[in-house]
Design a protein around this ligand. Sequence first.
Ligand code: SF4
Length: 329
Amino acid sequence: MPEQTKLVEVKNLKKYFPVKSTGLKKTFVQAVEAANFDIYKGETFGLVGESGCGKTTLGRTIIRLYEPTSGAIIYDGKVIYDSEKRIAEKMLPYRRKMQIIFQDPSASLDPRMTVGEIVGEALDIHKLTSSKEERTERIKTLLDQVGLNTEHANRFPHEFSGGQQQRVGIARALAVEPEFIVCDEPISALDVSIQSQVVNMLEDLQENLGLTYLFIAHDISVVRHISNRIGVMYLGCMVEMAESYELCSHPIHPYTQTLISAVPLPDPEKNKTRQRILLEGDIPSPINPPSGCRFHTRCPYATEKCSQAMPEFKEYSPGHYAACHMLDN
Ligand code: SF4
């Protein structure tokens, strides 16, 4: 069990994107709505939900690739952003500590740069090596850490498979010796046969280097495998959060129950007879989200109250949080 020291604290974090509007009223994509959670040192915190639910935006906002709309972010006890206190720290020193692995490895690598240049760029920006020999040696070590060879340093990204490109992306993130990495759907663009290799490598790196991960994915079976705790998002809101085993074996929010019921079971006979919860309708637009509980337009248990009042995100058993009026009855 990892130590329970908070590395990242997210408080009431909101991220809205303005959209072009024709009238006087400004409109926004309400991508993340008041997220509240902590990530402990050495753990993997999984973030799961349908495509478009705001999990990638939340990950990028935490490391301030996107500027938050409001709320606060505390990293290792230091406030790096607080909209109320008007604090917005310069991020360059924190870029060494907080890194990201992007979803699409080919799009995240500059096609005109060699792998050596891509991995070495971060070393140069942060002045982490003092001689050419040291830089070359460091790049070699990084490539070795992610299962690539020294000779790969002189090749261009298009000469690699998707799995190898993602390894380059991981080496680039590791170059600055970070403490915290946002893994933004790092395996969803890869072949199934390669996915487990990359997940295992991330787990080994975590153990060897003492890393903390925010692991984002839409597939709860993958998140369950790698995460200590999981947060479930729906339409910009965190709806449930608990330890991985607890959340997957005793989901209390109707949306999480739907996600869990869609995970195939290893036993084909049990799989045939199990009851799946099917949601009707599409995910609503985050430009004009439903009033009250954002899930009420698709929830099989919705009542009138659900469309009127947003449920509070509360702790229902130790470490198990959810936002649902039904749980208060
Ligand atoms: Fe469903 Fe209501 Fe609970 Fe929302 S608050 S998840 S609509 S029961």
